[in-house]
Design a protein around this ligand. Structure first.
Ligand SMILES: [Zn+2]
Length: 198
């Protein structure tokens, strides 16, 4: 990952990434490409919120790409935070690891990787633009997932994986790849919450 992102995340989420007695300026090594940076930030933000509310001492021990998905290894979490990390893993397969645009897990030269259409081809990769955090996406993802967890609790991991008639047979985990998709999920559940027929 780009050093800028690692520094940014390490500064913002040091309680999750470093031991309490750590006072240095170190970086946390995210072993994946920048396209997942917003997903990681949204995940860490939700985790920190939930950990603070429930007085949990959650630590992220390692975050890396494996078989085209983001794996976050952690300790001190409860079932809800476990679900947050699990859903991040599922959603990452629908986000290009290089550029952050919607994508899917494909096999490239024998490796499973998450890529958009543009980054699936070999050899002609455009340089990736410098990463800028997309605060709108991060906020939308955080709100959508917060709502999903409030509704379904630990059943959330299952809920995001099934095709939903309400979303024209799309799977919520794919919709979590974009700001619009996150907002559609949020709006849908908000209406359910208020008992509006859907
Ligand atoms: Zn891409």
């Amino acid at each position: 990952m780009d050093n800028f992102i690692e520094r940014h995340l390490a500064a913002q989420y040091r309680t999750l990434l470093f031991p309490h007695d750590y006072s240095g300026e170190g970086m946390f090594g995210f072993e994946c490409n920048d396209g997942w940076a917003d997903l990681i930030e949204a995940t860490l933000r939700l985790t920190r919120q939930h950990a603070e509310l429930n007085a949990l001492d959650v630590k992220v021990n390692q975050a890396k790409e494996k078989f085209g998905q983001l794996r976050i290894y952690h300790s001190g979490s409860d079932e809800i935070i476990g679900s947050v990390f699990e859903i991040a893993q599922l959603a990452s397969g629908s986000i290009c690891e290089l550029c952050g645009k919607p994508g899917e897990v494909v096999s490239l030269e024998g490796w499973l990787v998450a890529r958009c259409g543009k980054h699936t081809g070999r050899g002609h990769l455009d340089p990736i633009e410098a990463y800028i955090p997309d605060e709108k996406y991060i906020t939308s993802y955080t709100q959508a997932l917060d709502m999903i967890l409030a509704f379904f609790g630990t059943g959330a991991v299952r809920w995001v994986q099934d095709e939903r008639t309400a979303f024209a047979w799309r799977r919520p985990l794919e919709m979590l790849a974009t700001e619009e998709g996150c907002q559609a999920i949020f709006t849908f559940l908000k209406r359910l919450e208020h008992g509006v027929g859907v």
